[in-house]
Design a protein around this ligand. Sequence first.
Ligand SMILES: [Ca+2]
Length: 201
Amino acid sequence: MYASGLGYEPVVRTVHVGSTRIINWTLQRDWAAAAGGAKVADFSGGDDSSDGCGPDRLIDLSTAAWSSDVVAGTNSAGIAPAHNTVELPRAVDIREVLVDPTAGCGDDITSSLGDYRIETSADGTAWTTAAEGHFKPADTGRQNAVSLKAGTDQDIRYVRLTKLGSQVADSGQDCAKDSTPWGCKFVDTTELVVLGRPHQG
Ligand SMILES: [Ca+2]
């Protein structure tokens, strides 16, 4: 059985027909989903939309990834920041932000997102850093919950994910010696998910 909807994360469950069971079916509204009315308000780091890897892929509820160019930095760390500002369809009290850092766009796994920053804003002008960290190879292929700092998750209309490096070093690669790993050239992210409830007031 499959349940989905505009802006909701798909849920798949197996139902045994013939037995009498009540199934509590909870679909989680992803406020960052384009299908639910969110949109990319601003971005940097190059536009690979012509290859199907543009910034809109960050919020398309699919395994397609947003890809950016690796510019400057050392071994794909400390690169020129590539950001994606997502405008939510309304102000949200965020319960949880999830990130799937997995590479896509034909890039190998070393292009998965490593160092990152997440900022939030009520108005798109005043920003607060809500989380900073580093995704590892073990974090790929799944959505990872990111804890937001206190005071950065209420009445939020804009969420900005900034890519600061790939996972090329995590795989033991050195771009100075061998620039063939895709993570030396591109840094990708599959999905940004924002869970919560509409802000009241
Ligand atoms: Ca995606």
